[in-house]
Design a protein around this ligand. Sequence first.
Ligand SMILES: [Zn+2]
Length: 92
Amino acid sequence: MNESTCRACGKPIIWMKTKAGRTMPCDARLQLYWQSDEGSQRILTHAGELKRCELHGIPEEASGMGRTPHWGSCAQPDQFRKRGKANEPGRV
Ligand SMILES: [Zn+2]
C-alpha cells in the first residue's frame, strides 16, 4: 500500500486499488462500516469494492473495516473534483 500525504490538506492518505484497477486516495485510518443501500457514506474495502454504507452503528453489527475515500473528508475537496473534469467541455 502507498502511504502518502494529501497535497491539499496535509492529512495522511493511502492510495488503494479498486476492483476496476483505479487507484483512489483514501483516509489512512481504518474505519468500521455498516453496509447499507441507503447509506450516505462510501467505504472502500480491502477487496477494492466501493460500498454504500454508514459509518456509525452497533459495533457487533458492523459489516467490516475499510477506508473512506479521502475526498469525503478533505478540507479542500475541490482539488479532487477539478482533476478529470477540467477538460470536459461546458464545465466550469
Ligand atoms: Zn486532503
